[in-house]
Design a protein around this ligand. Structure first.
Ligand code: ADP
Length: 161
């Protein structure tokens, strides 16, 4: 969409192929896509915000019109501050729907201008969750087919168990 900017927020702990699929779809629709890594302290992420941001940045390298930032405020605040047009959220199975609807409507209550656009990933990513990736990794499983190539490489390099 000409001149339109989308903000794609998430915890990205860690970024998966499903997230990247959504970024690619968003980048085909919007002129600019800002992927915003949330501090998400209440979720006790296993990676630091800086590590998550770096992994997202490497995963999105080469996708035109995409930039990666981090934030630690309310999403409505980031929406207002960056003057974006819409917020992107990914919808996987029906299980995502109720939670995402609640968040979208609450954000609209906080700011009537807040608009959420839902994008569906390719069906191979429907059951791909960061939390599962994390569990597989921590139990010594192979995550190479679930995440961008730089993720296992960096986790090893950073000595993350
Ligand atoms: P959050 O804590 O904000 O839910 P996540 O990193 O888990 O952070 O997810 C960020 C966004 O990406 C959410 O909208 C989520 O539904 C979406 N998402 C996560 N995994 C996938 C996937 N495999 N396919 C499509 N969308 C996904």
């Amino acid at each position: 969409m000409k001149g339109k900017t989308a903000l794609y927020p998430g915890t990205f702990d860690p970024v998966t192929n499903g997230h990247v699929d959504i970024v690619r779809r968003a980048a085909r629709i919007f002129d600019r896509v800002i992927v915003a890594v949330a501090k998400g302290q209440h979720k006790s992420p296993f990676l630091t915000i800086e590590q998550r941001r770096q992994l997202v940045k490497e995963a999105c390298d080469g996708i035109e019109g995409v930039e990666v930032v981090s934030f630690d405020t309310l999403l409505v605040e980031e929406f207002r501050r960056r003057k974006v047009d819409v917020v992107i959220r990914g919808l996987r199975a029906v299980s995502d729907f109720e939670y995402e609807l609640m968040i979208a409507l609450m954000n609209r209550k906080l700011n009537p201008e807040f608009e959420t656009v839902f994008l569906m990933p390719s069906e191979q990513y429907i059951y791909l969750h960061s939390s599962l990736v994390k569990e597989i990794y921590q139990l010594g499983g192979e995550i190479g087919c679930l995440v961008p190539a730089s993720v296992p490489k960096r986790l090893k390099e950073w000595g993350i168990k």
